[in-house]
Design a protein around this ligand. Structure first.
Ligand SMILES: NC(=O)c1ccc[n+]([C@@H]2O[C@H](COP(=O)([O-])OP(=O)(O)OC[C@H]3O[C@@H](n4cnc5c(N)ncnc54)[C@H](O)[C@@H]3O)[C@@H](O)[C@H]2O)c1
Length: 340
């Protein structure tokens, strides 16, 4: 396959995972075009990639963008992502993540573009009590509106694939983390709710303390265990999924977990930030939050087998080191941790 002839529309490509994926697409020889409304994304995360400012809901603009740039395939990252916020204010999540995605699917149908990689999430599984690695054969059973929006889009993709020949891969990410090792882009969510950047804020002194929610779980140190996946591994997962769609031409939708299969507890991650940063900070122990399962780890054997993809940069030390160095560079500090 000649990737230099493959133009890829990256919807939501100015965001955290999209900007890393855009870099990986360029490095793999694809021609990405970013389509974004910059509601949570950043223009400066796109580094000379062609940018189209547009709304996911704007079907006509999507049609003209797909035609003008002679697009061969689409990656769809654009969404509101904060699960807690989706509980208190669900309607914008259903409008943005579900209703607006219809415009993209209609635009793809109108222009005859059939290949799509969709950002799904481990949140589609809901809370499973036994702590075993989650595989894609489990039923989707989300427990918050955000998870429902992703599950609903997977349902839309299934129906569109069977009626109109869409060829789609839904990638269900576990805990996205880390940053580009060259600090060209990194995690910049507002508000930030993800554990590693929050701990780093505590280490930098821009947050008074880090809170641990629940220290009495059935885990070795009593805190929750999650599967942290380096954002550059997610990026190469998208490249692998696109390659697979172009090479196999398989109709239908397939779902793959992107994770490592190994979990780390909240205390382990806190200790790693202390070690990499060389800084100490306050830790507050609070009660459990409703709806947090003790353990969530991926069975990623499907992506290993079918996409030839494996996480290569997701050691927790490398994740924390890259996230720490990015946070320092964003603050204008010149010190770089090499880890030890
Ligand atoms: N970050 C995680 O840990 C994680 C985990 C699982 C799944 N995901 C999924 O991955 C995707 C990317 O997440 P992220 O962390 O990079 O989020 P992000 O907020 O950094 O990126 C989302 C991007 O989409 C754009 N966008 C949002 N709504 C839009 C609209 N209506 N029109 C055009 N552009 C729009 C934003 O401006 C932003 O650039 C999301 O779909 C999210 O649900 C993320």
């Amino acid at each position: 396959m000649n990737r230099a002839n493959k133009n890829v529309l990256v919807v939501g490509g100015a965001g955290y995972i999209g900007s890393h994926t855009t870099l990986a697409l360029r490095e793999a020889g694809f021609n990405p075009v970013v389509y974004d409304n910059f509601s949570t994304g950043h223009r400066d995360a796109c580094f000379g990639t062609t940018l189209v400012e547009g709304e996911l809901s704007d079907r006509d603009r999507l049609v003209s963008t797909l035609r003008d740039h002679d697009i061969d395939g689409v990656i769809h990252f654009a969404a509101l992502i904060e699960a807690g916020q989706s509980v208190v204010g669900p309607l914008p999540f259903f409008r943005n993540n579900v209703a607006s995605t219809l415009s993209l699917l209609e635009a793809m149908q109108e222009t005859g573009i059939r290949r799509l990689v969709f950002s799904s999430t481990a949140a589609v599984y809901g809370n499973l009590p036994d702590g075993k690695p989650l595989n894609e054969g489990l039923p989707r059973n989300p427990v918050n509106p955000y998870g429902h929006t992703k599950s609903m889009v997977e349902t839309m993709l299934e129906a569109t694939a069977s009626a109109h020949g869409l060829q789609a891969i839904a990638l269900r990410y576990f805990n996205a983390s880390g940053a580009d090792p060259q600090c060209r882009t990194g995690e910049r969510h507002t508000p930030e709710t993800h554990l590693i950047p929050l701990i780093i804020e505590a280490a930098l002194g821009t947050r008074a303390a880090i809170k641990i929610f629940g220290t009495d779980y059935q885990t070795p140190d009593g805190t929750c265990i999650r599967d942290y996946i380096h954002v550059n591994d997610l990026a190469t997962g998208h490249v692998a999924a696109l390659n697979n769609l172009f090479e196999t031409d398989l109709p239908g939708i397939r779902a793959y977990n992107l994770g490592t299969g190994t979990g780390h507890s909240v205390r382990e991650v806190i200790d790693m930030v202390r070690r990499i940063s060389g800084r100490d900070f306050a830790v507050l122990e609070e009660g459990r939050r409703a709806g947090d399962p003790a353990i969530l780890v991926a069975d990623a054997s499907g992506a290993n087998r079918d996409l030839g993809w494996k996480a290569k940069h997701s050691g927790i030390d490398q994740i924390v080191r890259d996230a720490w160095n990015y946070a320092l560079s964003a603050q204008g500090e010149s010190f770089r941790s090499t880890g030890s």
